[in-house]
Structure formats: structure tokens, C-alpha cells
Design a protein. Sequence first.
Length: 930
Amino acid sequence: MEKQEVLGHVAKVVRALITSTKPPVELRSIVRDYMDVEGEPIPFHRLGYSNVQELLRATNQFKFLHYGNQVFIKATYNASTEHIVRMVREQRTRTSKSLSTPPPIAQNPIYGQRYHKQEQNTQWNHQKQDHRYCPTQPAHWQPDYWQQQQQNRQKRVVKETRDRAVKVTMRAAKLDQETISVTIENKKAPAMNGHGPSHVTVNGQDKGNDGKPPLRAILGNSASQRQQDTSTVYHSPESSFRRPRHPRVMFPGPQRTTGVSVNHRLKVTPQSDAPTPAGAPITPPASPEYAQTTSAAKTTYKEDIHGGQGQTGNVVTNPKVKVPLKYDPSFDPVSTLNIYCEANDFEKPAYNVFNKLRHLHCSVQIAGDVYSSYPQEFTDKETAYQCTAKIAIQRILHAQSHQKRSACTFSDEEFIDGLYEELLKHPHGILGHKLEDWYGSTFRQHLPSHWYDLILNSNKIRVEHGIDPRIILFANDPGSLKPDRASITTLPQMVLPWQASEGGSHDWNMFISFCDSTKLVWARMIHQIANFEELTKQIGRQMESPHFRQKVSKFYAQEVYLVEMPDGWNRVRAISVDEETRSCRCHFIDFGDVGMFHLEDLFQCPPQFLVLPAQAVCLSMYALDKFEDHPHALKVLTKELDGQTVVAHVLTTEKQFLELGGSAQGVVENGKRRACLVATLYDTSTAEDIHLNDLVASRITKCTPAPSLSDGKTTAILVSHINDDGDLMVLLRNDDLKFVERSIAQTVADLGEQDRVSYSDLLHDRHIFVCDETVDGVKQWFRGRLVTRPLNPEEETFDVYYVDDGRQRKTHISNIYRLEANNRALATFPPQAIPVRLHDVPEIGGHMLHRLRGLIPWRTEALLKFVAKDSGKPLVNVFIREDPESMYMCVNIGLRLEFEMASPKAIRFLSLENNNCPPIPQSGLFPPHH
């Protein structure tokens, strides 16, 4: 058989399989079904193709959609098979009644059906009549054989579904197979404001929230927090159930997810574990203005306040402010070190020279720190002194330049503007992997954690991809910053259900469609869902025919387009357009999430589909603004809120809403969206209200893990302190540490005199905020805990343990501020300092301790490898390097070599000349060598 004939036969079989299956269709399932039907795999190797997808693409009859590791396939339009495709789509889901699970109550019915991949039978007479499918049919394509294969596939699907259903518990057995659809008794009725009718029809019966009564008005008092164990909430069968998801975006990024109803989880029997102490509930103030949250409730003070970690640090006396080392080429290295020691009242540099055979090794001790020129060898002492002094100067300067950089204190606008101005000076761009060091040396601050998102959203900076995985950042031409055109298609603004009276409450029934952060929660009005579903059906009906799909000739930012996804057609607004890569970043205006698409996938949105306002309303959760970029908040928001029906108690008045921008979807300022509505979310399906804002805050706190080391893995760290026993306090260089540093910088900006602690505050506050001015006179801020409970109101100085540093210092009460009342997210974040011990090294003390501290200054970047555990402390190997271009060296091996050189056996072979060294002249000039 010729190659083209084989290709044609394969294409016909694959098209038949796709046509007989409800979309979306996975390529993997088609390959499996082809094997069942033909009795052999798709012959891509025999035809000279590297994989199945390449073979099918060569037929020009199929389209592919990639999402993660999944590949979805779709047959191109064919008039002869369109009636079969339409008939399969219109067939109802035929899964067993006891195994079907309904979607959330306000979910689009299309969403509830299109995610269940079902294998459907196609009428044999249609395939028999359509001879263009397969002119010469093999014997195994006879009706009996085909029906038998379809039955086998259905049995396999039923078995897989039954296995999944066992994990979901017997809850699914009580539910009906009918899809839940939202019906509103009077489409022309005004907004419900949380009090109007909101019915959900299930098989003709009115039910709400998984069979519970519909949401009622807020009672005004919140139920006590559910004190379930975290593992129960997140690993129970009810909470782990999710409908199978299919891709919404083509590139990695935030996606819409659906979670199990908060209302349904209330049915779970609470665990008998003792409840953990929780902060005071977040209660909205009488007025909706942005008010500072009240301080956390007083908790029982524990004597061992830092859980034993404080023992790893020792009290350090406040040193004199250091005069930084300044390198002057007019002085030789020895003279420069002498001047540096005199300026700081240090002892003169002490040089040690070791004779080894006919060569010399040298080291110098400065203020307790030892700097060695090993493994360099010298023939005379003068050269050894000068070279060793030069090495010491380089390391001191390196330590000064790499002292702790503050977290980014710039606003998003200031960050982009500053970065843009600097990039203009570099027309060839900055490499992405060099950006952090370059930015730190230029601005003396860390990059913000969301710097990449800010750059993508900015029209001032562009990102180009070099050799994977490197990227290059460029500043755009100032002329390209102007908008593409003056007129952009605008949608009508959604009319929000404000109360006529100024003092009326604003309680709105809403469905959470997407959670981006605690300050960007997207929801749809329940009373508008029927209109939105009707619009979705109309778009799908019209765009089903390729004749109505109008290609876009010129793309513009902020324009509204249509995009087809496996779950249907959606309206999107273009955020940014990249003509070079032919891609567009888009915002789903009816859901809230963001995705990246090829320009070929976007189509014109006809005017009749622009009449309905954008349905996604942007909310900011009251009193949770400090949790906005919490690294563990999004996971909790998705589990607790996403896909749920709630009552939003809106604190913003209509007047304030208009002053803040008056947009239901928020206002975009300098590439970052800001909500114009602040709300407290409630679950009112039970006897008492469930305060969801407080629930989310407590869940985030409980689900934030303490830092830990992975066994056998190498981890990037910062060395923050070395105690007198030679143990290291290390910090993991991850998003948790960046969040702590960024939150500290933000909290410092908001502090005032009223935030200083009093004696009574120290009796109940577990965490405090400390200002430290002992390092070069620069103010540095740390989270701290008192080592012992205050006993005397007259005390003014307290021992404070820095939980993110590992040191312990005496601190005056004037330098201590309240933390729990100012930043709940930071106050409840786990301590970041981890005590570790070097593996397989002798006991460290005296000279070796000074040597180690000189080798690893404060905040040194290093790599750490977990080896074993000894008496609760991890045993590790530590690797450091002098600069980013040099290789890593193992500190453990270096210490062992130092001990071997200093051992009595080695001394017999080494002539130690410490006492014979002539005094070093202050001028650094040596007599001529003879």
C-alpha cells in the first residue's frame, strides 16, 4: 500500500474516532482506541515520522492543543461529518446515576458536562451511508465488531469512574445525574441584595448548596471558627474531590479551578483534637473606611518562648560602629590594612608564616577573623605579607558589598520606572539570570517577588528569550509607549445593586469564579448568571460554523476578542500584544483569570456579544491586605473559596466606590489591578454565619510550613550567624524568606511612635518588632521574641532572640515595636532561622572559630547539603565561593585540612615562626631583601 493511501486510511479512522467522541478529545485516548479498532498501533515509524502527532499533522486534517503534558486533538471542519459531530454533542451524558456528580450551584451547565470525558456510540447506519469515510472497509469494521469494541470501551470507562467514585465516599450515591441549572423566577426582578429569591433546580426540586437551604441574609454574628485539624480538611475524601479539569490556557499561568463547597464541608464531623489558639476574629468596623485591624487576642505566655532555638545564640555586646574599608591604590595592601585597623581601634594585623619545605604559607588575623592565602606559596616574607593583605582586603570589601540588602521598598510603579531608566543605559539588555545581582548592586535592594509579572504587564520593558532557559530584558523605545489607537471597544459597566438609602447594608449573593490573591477575588452576581449562560450559548451557536469566525487583521491592547477553549467560547480582553512572538496575554472578563494565546487563536467579537457587561466583579477581602503576596495564600483561597456561593457584605459605599475608580473589575494602575470594592465574605447556609475572611486567615497560618532541609539534597542558603559552638544559623533562599523581608520593609514604612511597646504589651505579645542599629550604624529590623518573661515594670532592657537571624541581643524598650497589631501575616509566619552543624569536622573553637567567621561573614550566600541528623540538629556540608564566577569550595574539607596542619604531627614537619616574625612597620615599607 502506498504511503498516501496509508495516511488516508489512518486519517479516516482517526477522524471517525474523534467524531464519535464528545470533546475535548485527548490524543492519548485516540491512540489507544485506534489500537483496539485496527489491531495495530498507528504506523508512524514505518511511514518515516518521529511520533503520532507528526504523522497526523502531515494529513492536514487535525488541529492540536497542548496543555502541560496533555495533547488534545480536534478534526478540521468537514461538511460531510458535521451532522454526526452535532448529534454526538447533543447527546446526554449516559453515566450511571449513582456515579454522576453535579457541579457547584452557580456553575455554567456547559462546564458541568464538557469536563466529563464520555465514550459515545455513533449510529452505524450513518457511518455506513457515508462511504467517504472508508471506501474499502476491513472485516473488523462490520457493525457487530464495531459495537463490541464500543461496549468494551464503555465498560472500561465505567470501571475507571467507579474507582474514582469510591474515593469520593458514598456522597455521590445520593445525588442525581441531572445537571444543576440556576433559574431565576423573574429575570426582570431587581438585585436580590442577599434577600431575594435564589433557587436551584435539581430534577424539579428546589435545592441549594448541595441540598442545603438557599443562602439567607447575614445574621450579623459569625459562627465560631471551625477547629478542624488541617490534615482533616485537606485530605478527607470530601475535600479532595474535584471534577476532572481541562485546560483553559495554552501556556503555564493561573487557571480557574473549582473547589468543594465550604457549605458542604460543614457536614464533616469535627475532629476531637484540641483546638489551637487563634487570633481574634476579623470584625468589620462600623464604617467601611479602611481601618486598621484590632490587635490579636491575648494568648497564654510561654516561658520557653522560642522553643529552644534561643539557646543556639549567645548574647552579643553591641559593637562600635565600623568604619568601612576604603581601598586607595596609593597605599600598599599592608598599609591599607593598618589604616583600617587603626580607624576601628582594632589590634594590629597579626601575620603568621608557616615554612613548608622551601616555600612559605601566610595568614593574617584582623579583629578575630583570619584570612589565609592558602594554597598560594611564597619564597619570601615580604611578598607573603603583601599578597595575604591583598586577599584580606578583597574579602573585607566583598563582605561589605554583600551586606544585607533591604527588601524592595519601591512601589510597583517606582520599580518599573527605575528599572526602565537603568535598562535604557544598556541597549544590549540584561540577562535574566544576572538580573538579581545587577539590580542588588545598582539599587541596594532585592527584586520584588512578583517582578516578572510586573515586567510582563508593563509596556516599558520587553522580555526576549535567548538560549533556553535564559531570558534577556530590554527597555522599549520611548516612542513605542504611546497607545496604538485612541478608540478601544468598551463594554457597558455592570450596574451594581446599591441600596437606595445611604445607611443600608450591601449584602450580595455571589459565585466565586477565580481567586488571584486576598486583594483580587473574582465573583459573579447570582442574579446575572442566567443572562451570562444565555450569552455563552449564543456565542457557541454562532461560532460553531467557521463562516462566522472573523480573523483579526490588527491586534490592539484593551480590545475584546473571542477565544475557543475545550470548554467553549469565552470573551477576553487583550492585556498586551507581542507581534514578534505572535502571542497575546488576555484577561477573561467573565471569570477573572489570565492566559496567553497565539494570535491565530483570537477572533473578532461581534457587537451583539458586547452588550452584556463583563460579569467578573473584583473584590478585596477586608483586613487581609497583608496576606496579598503570602506564598501559601493562593492554595488556601482556591480550596476554601474557589467555585463557592457566598454572601458578600460590601463595606465600600457607593460614593467611595466612585472615588476609587467606579469600575466593578477594578482599576489597572501601572500594570497592577486594584479592586474598588472591599468586602467580608460569609457562608450563611448554616444556623450561624461562617466568617470566611477570618477562616481564610487562620487556614493560611496553619498551612504555612516551617522551613526544613531536604535529606540528601543541595539547598541554596544564607548564613546568618555562627555561634560560639561553631554551629551555623542558616536561612533558606526561597519565597518564604523574601516574603518576610518584604513584609518587614512594608511594616517599617507604616510604623509610628504610637506603635512602640509598653510593659503590658510585652506580657501578652508573642512576637515583637526590633530596631537594631549595631551594624555600621544602619537601622535594621528583625522579628523577635523575648527570651524570658518580664518580671519588673521598671525593666528597660530585655534579651531578645531574632527568630529570622539566630542571634540574641539585649535591646532597649525604646527600640521595640508592636508587630501582631500591625501585620498579622508577618506575626504568624514561622521563624526562618534553622540551626545546623557542620558534618565530620573536629570541635570548633578559639582560633578555628575566628577562622570560620572570617571565611563566612554575615549573610553569606552558600549551598548546603543535608547529610545526617545528630541530637536534633542536621549535620550538613557547606559550600561557598568568593564571587559569582568562581567555583564552590567545601568548608568542611577546608576545616579538616586546617586541623591537620595544626596537629602535633604536622608541626614536626612545619617550622612555625610566629615568634620570630619581625614587627610589621606602620608604613608598610620593608627593608631591602638580601
